[in-house]
Design a binder for this molecule. Structure first.
Ligand code: HEM
Length: 230
């Protein structure tokens, strides 16, 4: 059944949800009876983790990067789908810019990921420092600086396409990460991967707030004690 969210966006959420539930149940039955059972670890060993590998790591791991880093989220949004001539150049520019920084081994770009949606492209970038990121953005040798003015002018003339960014400067001990049954992802493609064990077992442990023993998965065991976040 169709429904309208408060935002006015049409969705078919009720229908999709119940169809999804039926398909998930059917696949669950198939998975339960199929042979061989999914009970064997097939991924690499802990001492073989490499941020560039594409294999799934089938245990929980965490990624760390010494000395802090910067996360830059760059987004473009298509507001008027049929005006391809307005949004396509921006999408192409985004691709070109990321490729040019990636090709420069001194740029300070550590890793990036592209995410594509129906109307959107997002590129999440991990940089060594804000200085490196700013140098790229304002260096007239690269394609970003010359295109800033014309892009701003286009944005002011019409709203057929939007761009946005968010920038976070992350301190050495102010983040934590966990990945399970995925290939290296996000910061995991830039940092050092290690098993999420011992003091790295929980989010608070990875933040250095506890010894990693602050909850258990046993029934009723997830009542968190308060931790001092300073
Ligand atoms: C590798 C990709 C990109 C990086 C690293 C990047 C980085 C940055 C940074 C750091 C700034 C802030 C500059 C400052 O205020 O000192 C900025 C501003 C800006 N960027 Fe990008 N950008 C990228 C891609 C793009 C793309 C694809 C476009 C559009 C074609 C774009 C358009 C702009 C515009 C118009 C501004 C000025 C915004 C303002 O003054 O408020 N950028 N960018």
């Amino acid at each position: 059944m169709d429904s309208v969210h408060e935002s006015g966006v049409w969705t078919h959420d009720a229908g999709i949800y119940s169809a999804g539930k039926t398909i998930a149940f059917a696949l669950h039955i198939v998975d339960c009876v199929r042979l061989p059972a999914c009970d064997q670890a097939t991924g690499p060993r802990a001492d073989e983790y490499d941020p560039t590998m594409s294999e799934i790591i089938d245990e929980q791991v965490t990624a760390e990067l010494d000395g802090g880093f910067v996360v830059f989220r760059l987004g473009t949004r298509i507001n008027t789908l049929w005006k391809v001539h307005k949004w396509f150049p921006i999408f192409r520019a985004a691709r070109k810019m990321v490729d040019e920084v990636d090709a420069d081994s001194d740029s300070g770009l550590l890793a990036f990921e592209r995410r594509v949606g129906m109307r959107a492209l997002e590129i999440v970038q991990y940089w060594r420092s804000f200085e490196d990121l700013r140098n790229y953005a304002l260096d007239s040798e690269f394609s970003h600086a010359p295109s800033m003015k014309s892009t701003m002018e286009q944005m002011e003339r019409c709203d057929d396409v939007g761009i946005w960014h968010e920038l976070y400067v992350i301190g050495d001990d102010s983040y934590e990460t966990a990945y399970h049954n995925t290939p290296p992802t996000g910061l995991g493609t830039a940092g050092t991967l290690s098993p999420a064990e011992g003091t790295r077992r929980t989010a608070a442990g990875r933040l250095g707030l506890t010894e990693g023993d602050d909850f258990s998965y046993e029934p009723r065991g997830v009542e968190a004690e308060s931790v001092d976040t300073g």
